[in-house]
Design a protein around this ligand. Structure first.
Ligand code: NAD
Ligand code: ZN
Length: 357
């Protein structure tokens, strides 16, 4: 069955930290939908978390649920009611969260559709994800790939959308000294975005030296700070301040979600600065709020993104952001479980693992 185009296989997380390859029926395009051949899907930290822990917050894996929401593919069938702009063979990035879009929904009406309470987010149990050969999707939530953007780059527009949403709301601007905490995939796309936005100087932190080396290879002017586990948040802030010198950090883009790192970010920014938390940690954390008050530090948070895909594709197509070096491992769909094994093993030093078909 290797590369059998008549078989719709999918990689699914299942209860008890199991991964399963499923055989699924080939989907039909419902009204307004197209059927896609998914050509590239990246594994996200949340996919690995659902696999290993069986839940994220209150979302539990009760039965096998297809993984994946960072995908790009090719249209192979057009359903009724789909706009004439779409043709079989078109190459698209797939926006995996489908809000209700109804005028009765205040969030959709305001354009903050990431807050839509009726959001269908592929790969959030029990809704199967896009890590499958064939996937039916509302045409309205597809974004055409420019000719010079590959499926692999199209798939990486999902984490890029997260970073761009963060930068937009953090309102960073040209010449802002910026701190980025964490050099995982989200920290690295945030680095690429902040660099493209003209932030300078940029400091990036991580506990893992190899991730900082990748940061340096992506943006040679970035200054790296390797954090030691025994350092306190104030220790970290002191080092950040000494690296920053006479360009104190105005905005920290926090990309770990870890309490001690968020606290270090708070202590690192200048009076009147901002800590923008893209990372997502435990529901309850404690921060030095009194310090924020005395130093007029704004603390802001983020949930996914809205309206970022077109921008992401423009920036990639226009050469302002190069996502290609982030892909460290590629596997065929039949070997999706091996891909997860690499993505879930810290010692493999992966950044982005993608599954191609
Ligand atoms: P990741 O785990 O691959 O990367 C986190 C990095 O932070 C790692 O390299 C780790 O070594 C480093 N780190 C850990 N503790 C640190 C510390 N104290 N100081 C500095 N670095 C430290 O995860 P990722 O895929 O890059 O995602 C990063 C965060 O973004 C996660 O919390 C994830 O849940 C979150 N996220 C948020 C959104 C959103 O909508 N806000 C969307 C996607 C991901
Ligand atoms: Zn809505």
């Amino acid at each position: 069955t290797l590369n059998d185009k008549t078989l719709n296989i999918a990689c699914a997380y299942a209860p008890n930290a199991e991964l399963k390859m499923l055989n699924k029926p080939i989907p039909k395009a419902e009204f307004g939908e197209v059927v896609l051949h998914v050509r590239a899907t990246g594994i996200c930290g949340s996919d690995v978390h659902f696999w290993k822990h069986g839940h994220i917050g209150d979302d539990y894996v009760h039965q096998p649920c297809g993984a994946g929401h960072e995908s790009a593919g090719e249209i192979i069938e057009i359903g009724e009611g789909v706009s004439a702009e779409w043709k079989v063979g078109d190459r698209v990035a797939i926006e995996a969260g489908i809000p209700c879009g109804l005028p009765s929904c205040q969030f959709c009406l305001k354009g903050r559709y990431n807050a839509c309470p009726k959001m269908i987010f592929f790969s959030s149990p029990p809704i199967h994800g896009t890590l499958t050969r064939f996937h039916a999707h509302p045409a309205a939530w597809l974004h055409r790939l420019p000719d010079n953007v590959s499926y692999q780059e199209g798939a990486l527009c999902e984490p890029l959308a997260v970073a761009l949403a963060g930068l937009q709301r953090a309102a960073v601007s040209l010449g802002d000294p910026v701190l980025i905490c964490g050099a995982g995939p989200i920290g690295l796309v945030t680095l690429l975005s902040a660099h493209a936005a003209g932030c300078f100087p940029i400091i990036i932190t991580d506990l893992v030296a190899s991730r900082l080396e990748i940061a340096k290879s992506l943006v040679p002017t970035v200054q790296t700070l390797k954090i030691e586990r025994e350092w306190s948040s104030s220790d970290i802030a002191e080092k950040v301040k000494s690296i920053g010198g006479d360009a104190p950090v105005e905005v920290a883009l926090e990309c770990t979600g870890i309490e001690s790192s968020i606290t270090a970010a708070i202590y690192s920014v200048n009076f009147g600065g901002k800590v923008f938390v893209i990372g997502q940690g435990p529901t309850v954390q404690s921060y030095p709020v009194g310090y924020c008050s005395m130093n007029e530090i704004d603390l802001q948070f983020q949930f996914r993104y809205a309206h970022q895909y077109p921008k992401a594709l423009r920036l990639v197509s226009g050469g302002l952001i190069n996502l290609k070096p982030l892909i460290t491992h590629r596997f065929p769909l039949e070997k999706a479980k091996d891909a997860f094994a690499v993505a879930g093993d810290y010692s493999q030093n992966s950044i982005k693992v993608q599954i191609l078909d």
